[in-house]
Design a protein around this ligand. Structure first.
Ligand SMILES: [Zn+2]
Length: 51
């Protein structure tokens, strides 16, 4: 699941790693434009992906 960089206009940044813990999934991103690193946490239940 791609995300937009919060520090520059770059969009559709692909995650460099994904961590799953129960119904939570974390994605780590690194912007190729400005080098900013950020992560997101999502509840899989909200996306209908929970196993
Ligand atoms: Zn950026």
């Amino acid at each position: 699941m791609n995300d937009n960089c919060p520090r520059c206009p770059r969009e559709n940044v692909a995650p460099i790693t994904e961590l799953r813990d129960g119904t939570q999934v974390s994605h780590l991103y690194r912007c190729a434009g400005c080098g900013h690193v950020w992560s997101t946490n999502r509840d899989l239940g909200a996306y209908g992906e929970a196993a």
